[in-house]
Structure formats: C-alpha cells, structure tokens
Design a protein around this ligand. Sequence first.
Ligand SMILES: [Zn+2]
Length: 306
Amino acid sequence: MKDALIKVMFEAAPVRAEVVTVDEAWREVCDRHDYPPAVQRMLGELVAASVLLSANLKWNGALVLQMHGHGPVRLAVVECQADLSMRATVKFDSSRTIDADAGLQELLNADGEGKFVIVLDPKDRQPGQQPYQGVVPLRGQTVAEVLEHYMIASEQLHTRLYLAADTERAAGLLLQKLPIEGGHAQNPDEDAWDRAQLLANTVKPEELLQVDPQTLLRRLFWEETLRVFEPQPVTFHCSCTREKVADVLLMLGQADVQELISERGEVLVHCDYCNQAYTFDPVDVTQLFNTGSPHAGILPPGAARH
Ligand SMILES: [Zn+2]
C-alpha cells in the first residue's frame, strides 16, 4: 500500500518502530506550491515526522509541528490529524536564491533564534481551553535531530528518527524505547534498544524513498521477532472552508475589508495550505457584514429577513 504507516512492536523488548511512506498525499502538497528543492525536502521530512508522531498519540486531535525562523524560510507547518490526514505549508522569501543543498540551519536559523513548536490540539477542545504547546530552540542540523532533541527534552522518550523526501515521496522511520512500566515484555531484552538503533542507523535515505515499508522493516530487523500492525492509510486533507475565511474577514473588520474592495474590486484569499482561492465580491462583503453569512443571498439559520 502506498501512503501508509506501519507500526511494529519488538516481541522481546519495549521497543517500537514505525515506517511511513507518503506518495500521493505528498505530491498533493507539492503540486499546490512551487517550493525550491531544499525547502521541499525540509517540508517533506517534517510531513513524514508529523505522521510518525501522530500515529503514536492515543487521543483524537491535531498534531501541529511548526518551525519558526529568520532565514529565507520564516515558517514551516505540518498539521496531522488522528486519522493521519495531513496538510502542510511553508512561508519563504521567494525573492532569495536558496541553495539546493541548504540545510535546516541555513534555511531557518540564520540568527540562532529559530524555534520548534509542537501543538496538540484536541478535537473536542472546550471554548477557552488552550491547546497544549511545547517550544524548544531549533537545535540540530536536520528535522530529525530537532525532533529527537524535543522528544528527549520534553517527553523523556528516547526516539530516533530517520527522514527523507524528494519530489515523489516523503518517508521516515521512527524507533522508540518505551518506558518499562508500560512495556509488554516479561523479560525485557536489555540490549534490544542499542541493537535496534544500530540496525536502524544503517538505513539510507534512498531506501526510505524507494523501498516499500514492509520490505524495509524485514530488511532492517530480520533477526527480531516483530508484531506487525495493520497498515494505516495516510491522506492529504485541507480543512479550509469559505466559512473560516469569512470569519477571518469578520475579525479584520468592515472598514479594512471595504478598503480592499475599493482598491481591488474584490477580496481574494488563498488558503496557505491547499492554495484554494476564495473570492468575496462587493455583494458578498455587504452580505457578510450585515448577516454574518459568507454566502451571498443565503441567510444564516435563525436570521430574520428585513
Ligand atoms: Zn485549504
């Protein structure tokens, strides 16, 4: 299966591994934007990481990974839902030439002030309830190193990540040492974590990009007894709607929106993630501020017609 995540548990030790390959869903992200190769690679690695980490969460909500910086890239964001549907975007300075080999620090952390932010936003969040947010400095030469630092500093979880991306695929391998209390093993194999890391360290980016997940897991851990779980599909999905864009316009206020209308004749908003265009003409805008409805000629439920 393409676009899938496979989870395995080591039978003899509290170690888990996951492999993800994102093909079609990754191309959906790439086709909607024109990212320079180095930016695309970095975003693809972040996409793979977000799916690997989401699959580990035992709750229903969105996992958002953000890298903020002051290089040619200002912001990279991936949002992955519990069902492994994801969307991703980058804000970068398109007027600057970005070297095809530019690394993470060069792209995002020119002044050393870059931040990595992880947000856990529960689906049933109550009004006024804030999502969980963790912030750490952007330490590391790769997306994988930044995340490994975060996981040990904030979650006290020994985690190894191996990530790769090209124009066709974003892929990754996650290895995690589970706390013994929650482990399933009767007689934990003390050396298993070290052995698993040694084996995982041999994985090459080309393998992540070319080999299917089942074959890769067999190739890496053929000496181990693994419990393999059903593959989970990974999809691209953007949750933007005309209603959400209308809410932003309402927050902006009538005066500012009317000014845009008089300058350009209409308000055109593109979704940062999927590039979908939302147009509001003068009639739509009048309707929006009179009734709160983003649909011209349609009144919201309960609204009285005057
Ligand atoms: Zn969208």
